[in-house]
Design a protein around this ligand. Structure first.
Ligand code: MG
Length: 247
């Protein structure tokens, strides 16, 4: 089967909201468990940030040097993930409006669905399992897999082409609630659909000129995904040339 396109979804503020303090607590726990440092996420603009970058800032603020941060990071990440898997509550009532009908509709139309999120891998999957929507997503690009969200998007697109047979000119787009989502999409030359279900002020999103700016996912229309085939430059001219040769 060949997919009709790829839709990349952010998690927090896009698919789920008000998921509780457990994610922040897991980061605090992971650092304390591995380094003994007492930290907090207070004052760190975690919205749209990658978890490893949040962890590094937390540790730096608690006085950790670069070497300690680098050396302890993999273990801190694992400890945070283990903790989160233990404490994550049911999230089936924390969906953003319109999530499940939209995922259903996209799947029925043959879209490949994947995640691009700053969450650590096992935290992200756990959230979606507890929300009852993990089964819609074939794979994900998670916080520890690249240094920036833009690179996560790049990896996710490559993955779709290499391992999921996404046709070369099939549409690809990203749905997210933060400015970093819009920037990451545009860095990769794909359309951004911004939703106002997170905490980012609407003016900040509008300033980046996303391709669509929606109140929530109920306003998502399939044409927004289907109307954006990423045709290479010169595509139309090539077709004209081929038709001429056949004539
Ligand atoms: Mg988000």
């Amino acid at each position: 089967m060949s997919y009709s396109g790829l839709v990349l979804f952010d998690i927090d503020g896009t698919l789920l909201r008000r998921a509780g303090p457990h994610h922040r607590q897991a980061l605090v726990h992971g650092i304390r468990r591995v380094t003994g440092l007492d930290t907090t996420t207070d004052g760190i603009p975690v919205q749209g940030m990658l978890d490893p970058i949040i962890l590094a800032q937390m540790m730096r603020r608690a006085g950790a040097g670069r070497a300690l941060i680098r050396q302890s990071m993999p273990e801190v990440e694992r400890a945070a993930e283990r903790y989160y898997r233990r404490v994550c509550p049911p999230l089936d009532r924390k969906h953003c409006p319109g999530v499940e009908p939209l995922l259903d509709r996209l799947r029925r139309r043959g879209f490949l669905l994947a995640l691009v999120t700053g969450n650590l891998t096992r935290i992200g999957w756990r959230k979606l399992e507890r929300a009852g929507i993990a089964q819609y997503f074939r794979y994900g690009a998670f916080g520890e897999m690249a240094a920036t969200r833009g690179r996560l998007v790049k990896w996710a697109i490559r993955e779709a082409r290499l391992h999921h047979a996404l046709p070369a000119h099939a549409p690809v787009l990203l749905v997210g609630d933060a400015t970093s989502d819009v920037i990451a999409a545009h860095e990769n030359g794909i359309p951004a659909i911004a939703v106002r279900t997170g905490i980012t002020p609407v003016e900040d999103l509008a300033a980046l000129a996303p391709d669509y700016l929606l109140r929530n996912l109920r306003e998502f229309r399939l044409r927004m995904a289907e109307g954006h085939a990423n045709r290479p430059a010169g595509f139309d001219k090539n077709i004209v040339d081929i038709l001429r040769q056949q004539a």
